[in-house]
Design a protein around this ligand. Structure first.
Ligand SMILES: Cc1cc2nc3c(=O)[nH]c(=O)nc-3n(C[C@H](O)[C@H](O)[C@H](O)COP(=O)(O)OP(=O)(O)OC[C@H]3O[C@@H](n4cnc5c(N)ncnc54)[C@H](O)[C@@H]3O)c2cc1C
Length: 463
């Protein structure tokens, strides 16, 4: 129970109208985009407008031991922003200003509630490039991207959000506002606390401002879609491209069930009817000649792997069509069955063909439909488990556990982008030793001695 005095202090700080306890508004922040996750109502919702307000709110929570859960746009896929233990949800939607695009120093300074697509556009208008490109770019926020270390198709070449975070202004769970990291592209002073915060799922500190690295915008881009006679051949083609010494901007894989989903939704006109899998290949370069030479060479490396058709996008419109099909995939797959569990395992790139095969075998063994697509160039596969009846859930859980075990045996990791959150908390010990988990508990305690910042996330409950 939150003491009444806490609400009075909060009202004094923000004004009564900004302390939101309306049931419908609380309901709207009780979940994220994780499939099949229950919703959890907070007691109160606030939308601060400055780091100073965030600090004052955090101090109040510390004074009254009230849980605080940070929230960006709520597009997360592991329950990270869900207030599982109630308390206060702090929504960053009103701290959404791009403070600076510094062309001379190739940096951007932004508030955490900035929508990723807005930053990408602002950088582009300045002739620059902010590479992290999760498919949720039109909705997700920079704060959420930092907390989840988000990435997308271009991470094969350009890495993930962590690679672009230079410095952060953060509010600690005790309320102090501090600056960590640096404003320069290079620097090695002290522990890399900014890097630690990337992917920390909002459990260590609240990001109130970020200094991000920008790159010069590549001048030319070439995109191709290749259809294959079998999934195995497509997966082998992925490894052939990477082994050939190419680092494409993007290298995406789609299996047979993915193509089935796209066909059912009318978005697979490019593929011959006999194709069982496809890859999207994209390269960028300083000029069109280099980009064309590079993609032609990469395509040539796939030709012994059962390619049925290669479409090289002739213009921006065709390129968009290819990527639109890829972006629609998640929704299209959802329509194949009533329920969908979406995982984002990563295996070493060379193991992609083995993982594609292993998922097929798990599907057969458990009598469940599965589907795999994703950033194969990174070894990051979005494995989907599809089912119609809730009574099938125990079998789904069994399949998931075996999938995670196989992932670890292949030298992989449980999550490439979406984080552990509450969705995969129970599986963490499959990957991390007791000692590593204990060390992370100590780090959490050093930042958050009262355990009030986003409690109940990622670390399994203590026995
Ligand atoms: C259709 C769709 C496609 C997606 N595709 C991708 C993809 O390609 N790649 C990818 O990586 N992800 C993807 N995602 C997942 C999701 O968009 C990302 O995890 C994103 O980074 C979440 O941002 P958000 O603003 O919605 O954060 P939220 O979901 O609101 O929160 C995510 C985490 O960030 C914390 N947080 C938020 N703001 C702050 C802050 N200022 N300080 C501290 N902690 C904070 C929250 O507490 C929570 O733990 C996709 C999601 C959807 C729905």
């Amino acid at each position: 129970m939150i003491p009444e005095i806490f609400f009075r202090h909060l009202e004094k700080l923000l004004g009564t109208s900004r302390v939101i306890t309306d049931a419908i508004k609380l309901e709207s922040v009780s979940k994220d985009e994780t499939h099949g996750l229950a919703s959890f109502l907070p007691d109160v919702l606030v939308q601060p407008t400055s780091a100073n307000e965030v600090s004052q709110i955090m101090k109040l929570c510390a004074m009254h031991t009230v849980n605080l859960t940070p929230r960006g746009a709520g597009t997360g896929k592991s329950g990270g922003c869900v207030p599982v233990q109630g308390g206060l949800v702090l929504d960053f939607c009103k701290m959404n200003r791009i403070l600076k695009i510094d062309i001379e120093n190739l940096i951007a300074i932004v508030e955490p509630g900035v929508i990723l697509a807005d930053l990408q556009e602002a950088a582009e208008q300045a002739g620059l490039f902010y590479p992290p490109d999760p498919a949720s770019a039109k909705w997700c926020t920079i704060g959420g991207n930092i907390a989840e270390n988000a990435s997308g198709p271009s991470s094969v070449k350009y890495g993930s959000t962590r690679d672009y975070v230079l410095g952060l202004q953060v509010v600690l769970p005790t309320g102090e506002v501090i600056q960590i990291g640096k404003n320069t592209h290079k620097g090695v002073t002290g522990y890399d606390l900014s890097a630690l915060l990337c992917g920390s799922e909002g459990t260590l500190a609240l990001v109130t401002q970020a200094t991000l690295k920008l790159l010069p915008r590549p001048r030319a881009i070439q995109t191709a879609m290749l259809a294959f006679a079998s999934e195995h051949q497509a997966a082998k083609a992925v490894t052939a491209i990477l082994q050939g010494g190419f680092l494409p901007k993007s290298l995406e894989y789609m299996d047979q069930a993915s193509l089935e989903a796209l066909r059912a939704s009318g978005s697979a006109n490019f593929f011959p009817a006999t194709s069982q899998a496809a890859i999207i290949l994209e390269v960028d370069a300083d000029n069109t000649e280099n980009a064309f030479a590079s993609i032609t060479q990469a395509i040539s490396l796939t030709q012994n792997h059962g390619v049925l058709q290669t479409i090289l996008a002739q213009d921006e419109k065709q390129r968009r069509q290819i990527w639109d099909a890829r972006r629609q995939l998640s929704e299209a797959v959802k329509r194949l069955r009533k329920y969908k569990i979406s995982e984002d395992i990563v295996v070493p790139r060379s193991k992609i063909p083995d993982m594609v095969q292993a998922l097929k075998e798990l599907s057969k063994k458990h009598g469940l439909k599965t589907c795999a697509f994703g950033h194969a160039g990174d070894g990051n596969l979005h494995a989907q488990i599809l089912f119609d009846e809730l009574s099938e859930k125990p079998t789904v859980d069994l399949l998931l556990k075996e999938l995670f075990q196989l992932t670890i045996e292949m030298g992989g990791t449980l999550t490439g982008e979406h984080g552990i959150g509450i969705a995969k908390q129970n599986y963490l010990p499959l990957e991390q030793s007791e000692e590593v988990i204990a060390l992370q508990r100590r780090i959490k305690k050093a930042f958050d001695p009262l355990g009030i910042l986003n409690p109940g996330k990622f670390l399994p409950p203590e026995k």
